[in-house]
Structure formats: C-alpha cells, structure tokens
Design a protein around this ligand. Structure first.
Ligand SMILES: Cc1cc2nc3c(=O)[nH]c(=O)nc-3n(C[C@H](O)[C@H](O)[C@H](O)COP(=O)(O)OP(=O)(O)OC[C@H]3O[C@@H](n4cnc5c(N)ncnc54)[C@H](O)[C@@H]3O)c2cc1C
Length: 298
C-alpha cells in the first residue's frame, strides 16, 4: 500500500505535489510530495502514528503564517491541522481548543462571553498549534500568559503537559523534541466585555497603521535583538524598502518582508541573509529569524 493510500484509508484528504505557495502566507515555496489533512482529532493521531512508523520526512503546519518553504519544496509529508477546529468554553473561565483553531476565533468567542485575557492575540493569524509552538505574542501578551495545559503527541503517544512543565521564552516553547500540539487549554478571567472590545479595536488600529496589512507578508521576519527593535535596526541599516527580485523589506515596517508579486523563496532568503550580514558587520548584532524555514535546501 502506498503512503498516500494509508492516509486515505483512515479518512484524511490527500493531495500530491501540492504547491506550498498556495498554503503559506508569504505565497512562496515549491511543492510538497503529499499534503495530508485529517478531518478530526482521531484521524490526526492515526496519521501521526503512520508517520511515526515510516521513515518519511514530515512537518506539521497550521495556517502557514510563520513559515517559508524552500523553492525546492518538501520531500515528504505536510500534515495540516486546518480542519481541527473544535473549541469549547468551559464553566470555570477556561477554554479548550483543538490545534487548528485560529487564535482570533478564541479571542472573538471569549470576549463575547465576557472573558478577558486573549485580547493580546488580536491580528495574529495563526493557529493554536503554531501559537503554542511559537509562543506567539503581541500587545504585551503572549500565549504563555494564558496557557493552562497542552496535550501533545510525542514519540507515538499522547501526553498532557501542565503550564509549569513547559519552559517558554520569547517566540519559543520548549516542548519535547518532535512533539506535536494536539489541543490546548487556556485559563482566562472574568472581564468587562466593552473594555475588551475597546482594547481589541485599539490593537487592530495600531496594527493597521504600522504594518503592511494590505500586502502579502508573513509577520515579523526577525526576533527583536536585546537592545533595539529589529524594524528600527533594519531601518538604520538602510534596508527599509530594499528589495531582491519580487520581495522587499516593507516601506512601512522594515521587519516585514512583502511579496510584491512573483517573489521566490530564494528572494526572501537572500533578503534575510543580507540583513543578517549587515547587522553583524555594521552593528555587531546577530539577528535571529522569527519565521521558520522548512523543506529542501537547494
Ligand atoms: C500578518 C501577520 C501578522 C503576524 N503577527 C504576529 C504577531 O503579532 N505576533 C506573533 O507572535 N506572530 C505573528 N505572526 C506570525 C504567526 O501568525 C504566528 O507565529 C503564529 O503563531 C503561527 O501559527 P501558524 O498556525 O500559522 O503556524 P505555521 O506557520 O503553520 O507553523 C509555524 C511553526 O509551528 C509549527 N507548528 C504548527 N502547528 C503545530 C502543531 N500542531 N504542533 C507542533 N508544531 C506546530 C510548524 O511546524 C512551524 O515550525 C504574524 C503573521 C502574519 C502573516
């Protein structure tokens, strides 16, 4: 039986030679051998078991809003969480959400219920899985501030990790190696609905003013170094608006790379390398990417 038919047999949607520029937010990248999309949590775990027992290379993706795929594509499987969207608001101001739930959905539902704590996520387009993995944050809040526990698939079995068992840092959660987020529980508080709505509105207005939201982008490219915001540093290095091929550092916010149309992943990676070299040679600063790069290196 082929690998594709094993996934089909358990009910997953399977697409061969899937162009990953259609999947990722920056709209660059080559083909994945297989894109596998389970319809529910049971299928997701069964698909992980199949991958675990095969020698094939694989990666789990949520919305692809923080991911660049190399132009050579991905030899192996992309396991997508896009259909895993169950969310439940519990009575004790806690919320459980499957790995593919968009952070904005949790925000909208919890604010509507008069809960507070998730407003920081306004405008972050990722999923629970990507959000936990990245410890996504904005507006002085991060996933780590609201996480109660996470269920992950690790080494062929499901384990529950309490907040105290997970070390979080800036844009990173230290999960057991190669583990996959299945579901998370968030602990919120009773709030004032009108106040939460005002805060969300203000966060979105700020985002709209300062970020290139009308252009194809993938959020912040670099993590902020200790003593200066990455955007400010890139601007001081003269890179704001600087482009290679179809990609450039945004004219509005230099820590965003925008796809002006027809950019390749290599254009984007060349911009990243240019910025890293300039920052190191001119300011002795080692820039670290926030965005994740996956697939086959040329
Ligand atoms: C317009 C825009 C604005 C943004 N603003 C912000 C912001 O303000 N703050 C911020 O922090 N980020 C921001 N981002 C980046 C991005 O939205 C976040 O990093 C988000 O958490 C990524 O979620 P995702 O589902 O898209 O992850 P993906 O891009 O699909 O994956 C990112 C990484 O997470 C891993 N991953 C995904 N799902 C799982 C899983 N279930 N288990 C284990 N690992 C998994 C992937 O393998 C990959 O390494 C922005 C992006 C865009 C496009």
């Amino acid at each position: 039986m082929t690998l594709a038919s094993k996934f089909e047999k358990i009910g997953c949607e399977v697409k061969s030679k899937y162009p990953m520029d259609k999947y990722t937010w920056l709209r660059v990248g080559g083909e994945a051998d297989l894109l596998v999309t389970p319809a529910n949590a049971t299928q997701f775990k069964e698909a992980l078991d199949i991958l675990h027992s095969s020698k094939i290379n694989w990666v789990v993706l949520g919305e692809g809003s923080n991911t660049i795929v190399y132009d050579r594509g991905i030899t192996g499987v992309v396991l997508s969480t896009k259909k895993l969207k169950k969310i439940e608001i519990l009575e004790d101001q806690k919320v459980t959400a499957e790995t593919g739930v968009i952070l904005g959905t949790i925000l909208n539902k919890t604010v509507k219920e008069g809960l507070t704590g998730f407003e920081f996520a306004a405008g972050i387009p990722g999923t629970v899985g990507g959000g936990v993995f990245m410890n996504a944050g904005a507006n002085e809040g991060e996933i780590k501030d609201v996480i109660d526990r996470v269920w992950v698939w690790h080494d062929g079995r499901e384990i529950e990790l309490l907040r105290k068992d997970i070390k979080f840092e800036y844009r990173k959660a230290h999960l057991p190696p190669r583990s996959v987020v299945l579901k998370a529980k968030f602990a919120l508080k009773s709030g004032n609905k009108a106040q939460s709505e005002r805060n969300v509105k203000q966060y979105m207005e700020k985002r709209n003013e300062t970020q290139p939201i009308t252009m194809t982008n993938t959020g912040s490219i670099f993590k902020n170094p200790p003593d200066i915001a990455a955007g400010r540093l890139l601007e001081e290095l003269g890179l704001k608006g600087y482009g290679i091929g179809g990609a450039k550092f945004s004219d509005l916010h230099a820590n965003f790379i925008v796809n002006c149309g027809g950019a390749s992943a290599q254009d984007v990676l060349d911009l990243i390398e240019t910025a890293k070299k300039e920052a190191l040679s001119k300011r002795d600063i080692k820039l670290e990417t926030e965005v994740r790069v996956v697939g086959d290196i040329k």
